[in-house]
Design a protein around this ligand. Structure first.
Ligand code: ATP
Ligand code: MG
Length: 171
């Protein structure tokens, strides 16, 4: 997944060329990502509410990378034996993806910065997790390319909610 992120970050910087806009089943891709993380060493339970049969005109590899990075983060930055929730829904205008964890949370001042390339919260000496800081950079770039929106909210009482939306109409 590190190699995937490095390749994809390089590709996404030059956006459109080589980027596919076919109509893809995002419900299936989201379901697959959830299953990929269902058995994890931290005994984190994946709880999902994925509406079946939702389609978007987006690059399939890119969409998979977005869902995988968000779920990977949720599992990585949450305590053992907590729940991670993945929701996919829609209305007439857009498809909505949310990934919710009960982990350490992201402070107000870090909420914008976590999307920066190579940015990681804290410092190398105190950090327990490994990473390159590319995951959320990719996620945000992908959302921007398709004119979607992304925000970070606090989960109650603890943790983080990533909320994404993708318009159904082709930009
Ligand atoms: P990579 O994804 O490239 O392997 P990474 O996970 O460190 O490395 P990002 O996914 O871009 O990088 O996340 C950036 C930083 O944001 C993380 O290092 C972490 O500090 C913070 N972060 C991301 N997701 C969460 C989360 N769900 N809860 C708490 N902190 C988070
Ligand atoms: Mg990450």
């Amino acid at each position: 997944s590190l190699v995937d992120n490095i390749f994809f970050a390089a590709k996404i910087e030059h956006d459109e060329p080589g980027f596919s806009n076919e109509e893809i089943n995002v419900s299936d891709i989201t379901q697959l990502a959830v299953e990929r993380f269902a058995h994890n060493k931290k005994a984190i339970k994946m709880v999902n509410n994925i509406k079946a049969g939702l389609y978007l005109h987006v690059d399939p590899v890119g969409f998979a990378s977005v869902v995988n990075n968000l779920i990977e983060n949720a599992v990585k930055y949450a305590d053992a034996a907590t729940d991670v929730m993945v929701n996919l829904s829609d209305d007439g205008a857009a498809v909505y993806l949310t990934v919710t964890d009960s982990g350490m949370g992201i402070s107000e001042s870090e909420k914008e910065r976590v999307f920066d390339k190579f940015y990681r919260v804290g410092n190398e000496d105190t950090r327990k997790t490994k990473g390159t800081g590319l995951g959320l950079y990719i996620v945000k770039r992908f959302v921007e390319i398709y004119n979607g929106q992304i925000s970070i909210e606090d989960n109650k009482p603890v943790g983080t909610i990533f909320k994404l939306s993708f318009p159904k109409s082709i930009a």
